[in-house]
Write a protein that binds this ligand. Structure first.
Ligand SMILES: NC(=O)c1ccc[n+]([C@@H]2O[C@H](COP(=O)([O-])OP(=O)(O)OC[C@H]3O[C@@H](n4cnc5c(N)ncnc54)[C@H](OP(=O)(O)O)[C@@H]3O)[C@@H](O)[C@H]2O)c1
Length: 252
């Protein structure tokens, strides 16, 4: 996509598009949605499992947004729920901007378990949610991006896979798989104006990691990272029309 086309994507009303941020009623996703609400040239759609939390987030985003904001309940653990999300997107301009942010990590609920004691079903469920269903959603959004010859995608990974953080094999493997997904999207569709990036945050000082951080010895704790810092990185990758190569893997 030329620079001119990139500009058109944002300025030409006839090319208004929908921005989708998954898992955005709280946490990093919400911070991303807050930033995109002010710049998105069309509807902003956010997802989460809990309707009340979603409603609250939408109400808060609505004030900042130029366009409409919609919250759609979607539990990414279930493929049928993604089908319902896709159904809800019908009638909106095509999704040309996607932040695939949902990523579950059983270690936060169940505590650590080394590989030899990790349950098969738990491993499979994590891979299904974080990888198979990210692929599924993305694969269903790609036809419209191909047709528009424009698309910006950011996948949210994790530094955990690089370190092989002990006690969370399913999460580590799921996040490493996103590298292959990102690289494939870039090689298959990069020439058609579709960019896909992967952002790997380290441990973030937020609600999700509270228990984990308490368990980690201070010496092993990496530099503190805030949700805002991660959100800024994601948004700047989306905004960087000339990010070369089109598929960056950014470690934070
Ligand atoms: N926090 C960290 O230290 C850290 C570090 C590296 C990478 N990451 C990655 O960053 C992403 C976001 O994490 P986060 O720290 O912001 O915390 P989070 O607790 O995973 O994110 C909260 C948001 O995700 C939604 N959500 C949770 N499970 C969902 C599901 N199955 N389907 C749909 N939505 C779901 C929540 O809403 P509901 O509860 O209502 O569903 C809420 O909107 C994840 O991919 C995570 O792996 C986080």
């Amino acid at each position: 996509m030329s620079e001119r086309q990139e500009q058109d994507m944002h300025t030409d009303a006839s090319r208004a598009f929908t921005t989708l941020v998954t898992g955005a009623s709280a946490g990093i996703g919400f911070q991303v949605a807050q930033r995109l609400a002010t710049t998105a040239p069309g509807p902003l759609v956010i997802t989460g499992r809990n309707q009340a939390r979603l409603d609250e987030a939408v109400a808060s985003l609505q004030g900042r947004s130029g366009g409409p904001v919609r919250g759609v309940v979607c539990d990414q653990r279930h493929r049928t729920s993604i089908d319902q999300l896709l159904e809800a997107l019908h009638g909106l301009p095509p999704v040309l901007q996607l932040v695939a942010n949902v990523g579950v990590n059983p270690v936060h609920q169940q505590g650590p378990g080394r590989t030899h004691s990790t349950d098969y079903a738990l491993f499979a469920d994590t891979l299904t949610t974080n990888v198979t269903h990210t692929f599924y959603l993305l694969s269903r959004l790609l036809p419209a991006m191909r047709q528009a010859r424009a698309g910006r995608i950011v996948l949210v990974g994790s530094m955990a896979y690089r370190h092989g953080l002990p006690g969370q094999v399913s999460y580590n493997v799921s996040k490493s798989a996103l590298v292959g997904l990102k690289n494939t999207i870039v090689s298959e569709y990069g020439a058609a104006g579709i960019g896909c990036h992967l952002v790997n945050p380290g441990i973030v000082l937020n609600e999700r990691t509270e228990r984990l951080r308490r368990r980690l010895p201070a010496a092993e704790q990496p530099l503190p990272l805030t949700e805002a810092q991660v959100a800024e990185a994601i948004v700047s990758l989306l905004a960087d029309a000339n990010a070369e190569p089109r598929g960056r893997e950014l470690d934070l």
